[in-house]
Write a protein of this length. Sequence first.
Length: 352
Amino acid sequence: MDADPPIVCVNAIATATPARDIHQAFVDWAEPRLPTRERALFRRMAARSDILHRWSVHTDSPVGRGGFYENGAQPPTSKRMALYASAAPQLALDAISGLDFDPATITHLVVASCTGFVAPGVDQIIAARIGLSTSVERLLIGFMGCYAAVTALRAARHIVRSDRRARVLVVTVELSTLHLAAEDRIEPLLAMLQFGDGAAAALVSAAPTGLAMGDSFAATLPDSEGLIGWTIGDQGFLMHLSGEVPGRIGAALGTPAMRATLTNGTDVAAIAHWAVHAGGRSILDAVEHGLGLASHSLEDSRAVLRACGNMSSATLMFVLARMLDHGVTGPGVALAFGPGLAAEGFRFGPVH
């Protein structure tokens, strides 16, 4: 056994989105559903969302003629899961195809997917389709929401630290647009306005390339369990996203205790790079103001939000991929929020 565990690195990340942009179609569909007095507010909020595109696995506009939700249709969860079973593995494979690796070298597969269920699981389907050995160890992470990418990467780090020969393929794939609902209330429509589909894949190993993963952290904000909810209904998975979330996050990040948790006691100003889950413009604003960051500090997160919206667990991987593309390796902090209300993340730095 090694005396010291190896430095674990995220060697490469590749991402994929579906072909159909549904953002404007959703806005045009949702606004008339609201009472007249709330339509102007919805229009203003949509314009201020800082989202330009959201992508969907639906081949036709899901809210248009012949679409999945035409005329306010509420497909049963079974029909939504049937689409998940076919579309989620394919989108994951699209992301994996962007990585350069020999499947024979992969020892472990970690998959995070919170927007659907199928058995055999997405992990088994992916393993079979890319030709992984049947001896590859698999881990499937589900229903944790937006911070599940942290959980997946953290698990990969633990695996490699226990065996420096391990080479882990980490995949996140989310199909949030399977869960649109024919609502006529502004709060759930504004929540749905944030979400799109996407997938990402990463290689994690002891090979000294990419960005080096440091220690992880987890914290739950007190008395916040009701602020973010994700429950299974007869017509899809029902999202509850309280308008209190940004304020609670900003307040928490302003405290010395929470800052110390994120930075391991290092001054926030010494952290050069912040990879923050792009949960929405108000979330990013809350992080920026709560930590006292410069206005450009979250540009990678804001760019992902503009281009793709919130893709649940895949979003943080898109942000990290963008940083790697720009040659950014740290020092930095990766941070995501989700049900709980929990904040989870890890510190990262350059490979020495």
